[in-house]
Design a binder for this molecule. Structure first.
Ligand code: GP9
Ligand code: MN
Length: 720
């Protein structure tokens, strides 16, 4: 035992041994922080292994650089500085995470005024007893060196061996990067979530990534001028489609409830899945809304997202601007750019309160920052809801029925009118999120497991929406509300469509890009209880057109705002839909361009040799979509809306928006302060909660017959 101790002491007394010891301690501290201070949302053992590995490569690389230094003093001082920097990064992030459930981006560190909105003086309160572990090693080293238990190694390290350490850590980092990419393709180009990057690559790599992001975005932003906004405004004015007087303001003053239908494609509407010669209607409830006189339904509404997927859809739907050509707008600019978004506009013009409800972690797509810029006063993410278990959630968050149930205790305390958004997740790739009694809707029988599960999760979503509607009716919110529903993007990727073809009555052999193009449709429905002017509108439009459409129904003219879409109910609508996914592609009633091929939209016949008149028309369409996207990119990358003085919207009050755990207390405080004047549902309901009005029976409870048919072993109908 003594021998081992002596051997170790001798090892630490060498330069390499000292560095390896520090790397080891840093590794232990990081793994401690990962498990105690951070919430890394680890789902698989692969992610766990990645988490264990990632502190090593970069710390070894950075500390190993000191081995090139000959002078003893300089070597030890450099080593101590690098080690301390790594530790400061770790410790400050641990404290920051306790408050913000996120990591410190370089951007946030630079704009420290925003950061201190929540931290500042309270930083001391955030310290925990175990924080002593973060500095204990310093105390031990100082003591050991002063009492001469450790000594400084005067021998310079062999240069070649130093190089070997650098090469080794470089190699380890490449392996780490590769493994991270396997776990999450396009991790760095799409960003997803700071948590995802840290858990895969570690804090130093995340900080470098974040510095690069900040540098890139700031460069373009700082060069942009207010003159550029003038050109943008010219376009916006020319492009503006005036409201249809028939519908303008018919939903004025009502609550807005936006239901984000994850990965939901239009072909699901009215679709019946045939399994073993029996037909199963996939989304009976949404179908009934689609055909209702109380709903404006759009049959030719296309998604326009790119790599930012859900976050791009949110950008489009709520700001009438596009996401970026590369990566996610929410991730890269969402935390900083001035926006003219739905919650902000409705708050400033008509005093709406606002909130988002989502069963996933708040950092996903940088929502915890981006929503502030959109003007959302509240963001109730997964941390405000039930604890996630194997049975009530999957990798993208809580099952939809649970998310709706858990939202009500917050929703009922919001002052009306409110603008709220519920982001569902259960109908998300790989469409295997259902478990227990929620399982039961038949699976399709194709070669592709992803396609097979899609209908069952869509059916679950349909039933969750129905439960929520039932609650709205029972609680009385229904009659005061407009309910907007949209599918964010495709659920079945184009590469799988030939397997889907037979289910759509098509032949896989003759499947074309035209067929792929038509599958980019997603639902868009605006349900206004009590209205009877609803119909199925065949206007060609896209997600960028949603905001002006909605605002006009709410009686807010969009003329003053910088919106690139056109009201879908306006007689001036041009029906040209840019497809952001591939440059130059578009949809329109006559022509469709997809993957560079042009088709007659009505017949699906490819146009390979257009005559002069057709060529001119096609060029016009292409120019129109190119211009729209170019203008959008200019606004987004240049943060041009910060220059806009005509909108009448003051910028969002970032200091007052914190998304902290006391959100519910704040809502209740407002309620109390207003007393009888409070318009919250809770007050209206005689100061009683409405939570018990939400009922969410499982599939098995709704379809006891299915259990018998499938003659499964378990026949129990357990209640939650
Ligand atoms: C995650 C969810 C999914 O929070 O919104 O986003 P997606 O993968 O569809 O972009
Ligand atoms: Mn999505």
């Amino acid at each position: 035992m003594k021998k081992v101790g002596k051997f170790l002491l001798n090892a630490i007394n060498t330069r390499l041994g000292f560095i390896l010891t520090l790397v080891l301690i840093y590794w232990l501290k990081t793994v401690w922080a990962y498990n105690v201070d951070f919430k890394l949302d680890l789902d698989t053992s692969y992610q766990y292994i990645l988490m264990l590995i990632n502190p090593i490569p970069l710390s070894l690389l950075l500390m190993g650089l000191a081995l090139y230094i000959k002078n003893t003093k300089v070597f030890y001082i450099t080593t101590a500085i690098v080690y301390t920097l790594l530790n400061i990064l770790l410790f400050t992030n641990s404290i920051y995470f306790r408050e913000f459930s996120d990591f410190i981006t370089v951007n946030a560190a630079l704009a420290s005024s925003k950061t201190s909105a929540g931290l500042g003086a309270s930083a001391l309160n955030l310290l925990r007893p175990w924080d002593i572990l973060y500095i204990a090693d310093y105390l031990i080293f100082i003591a050991a060196f002063s009492f001469k238990k450790l000594s400084f190694d005067q021998r310079p390290f062999n240069k070649r061996a130093g190089f070997a350490i650098t090469a080794l850590s470089g190699l380890l980092f490449s392996i780490n990067l590769f493994m991270a990419e396997v776990d999450r393709p396009e991790l760095l180009s799409r960003g997803f979530s700071n948590v995802y990057i840290v858990r895969a690559l570690g804090l130093p790599a995340f900080t470098a990534y974040s510095a690069n992001q900040t540098y890139q975005t700031n460069k373009i932003r700082s060069e942009a001028t207010s003159g550029e906004l003038k050109a943008v405004k010219k376009y916006v004015q020319k492009h503006y489609a005036k409201p249809n007087p028939k519908y303008y303001g018919i939903a004025k003053g009502k609550n807005v409830i936006v239901l984000h239908l994850e990965s939901f494609q239009q072909f699901l509407i009215d679709y019946k899945l045939n399994v073993d010669n029996k037909e199963y209607e996939v989304t009976p409830f949404l179908n009934s809304l689609y055909h209702s006189k109380e709903t404006f339904s759009f049959s030719n509404f296309f998604h326009q997202v790119k790599a930012g997927k859900t976050s791009d859809a949110e950008t489009l739907m709520e700001t009438s601007l596009f996401g970026l050509n590369q990566g996610s707008f929410f991730v890269q600019y969402g935390g900083d750019n001035t926006q003219q978004a739905a919650p902000h506009i409705l708050n400033k013009t008509q005093g709406y309160s606002s909130a988002v409800f989502h069963g996933n972690i708040g950092t996903f797509w940088n929502r915890n920052n981006a929503y502030k810029q959109l003007g959302y006063q509240n963001f109730f993410d997964q941390s405000f809801m039930s604890k996630m278990t194997k049975d009530n959630s999957f990798q993208y968050g809580l099952n939809d029925k649970v998310m709706f149930a858990d939202s009500i205790k917050y929703l009922e305390h919001m002052q009306q009118p409110f603008y709220t958004k519920f982001i569902t997740v259960s109908n998300h790739y790989p469409y295997q999120s259902l478990s227990g009694d929620d399982k039961g809707f038949p699976l399709a029988k194709t070669e592709d497991k992803t396609i097979n599960g899609y209908f069952a999760t869509a059916n679950y979503l349909d039933s969750a929406i129905k439960n929520f509607f039932d609650y709205l009716k029972a609680s009385g919110l229904y009659n005061n509300s407009v309910i907007v529903m949209y599918g964010d993007h495709y659920g079945i990727a184009d590469s799988r469509n030939t397997d889907l073809a037979p289910l759509l009555g098509k032949d896989s052999q003759t499947w074309t890009e035209y067929n792929n193009a038509m599958l980019q449709r997603v639902p868009y429905m605006i349900h206004i209880p009590g209205m009877n002017k609803g119909f199925i509108n065949n206007t060609f439009g896209g997600e960028v057109d949603a905001l002006p459409t909605l605002l006009h129904l709410l009686g807010v003219d969009t003329k003053k705002y910088v919106e690139l879409g056109q009201d879908l109910l306006s007689p001036d609508n041009k029906q040209i839909v840019a497809f952001r996914h591939s440059q130059g592609d578009y949809f329109s009633p006559d022509y469709t361009s997809f993957s560079g091929r042009v088709y007659n939209t009505k017949t699906g016949v490819e146009i390979t040799n257009p005559d002069e008149a057709t060529s001119a028309k096609l060029k016009e369409l292409r120019d129109a979509v190119d211009e729209q996207l170019k203008i959008s990119d200019k606004i987004q990358t240049g943060d041009l809306l910060r220059f806009d003085k005509d909108s009448g919207l003051s910028s969002t009050d970032l200091k007052s928006i914190t998304y902290k755990k006391d959100a519910l207390d704040k809502l209740k405080e407002t309620e109390e302060k207003l007393g009888k004047k409070s318009t919250s549902l809770y007050t209206k309901h005689g100061d009683r909660s409405t939570q018990d009005l939400y009922k969410a029976p499982s599939y098995k409870e709704l379809h006891p017959e299915a259990d018998n048919e499938q003659s499964t072993k378990s026949t129990s109908n357990k209640k939650k």
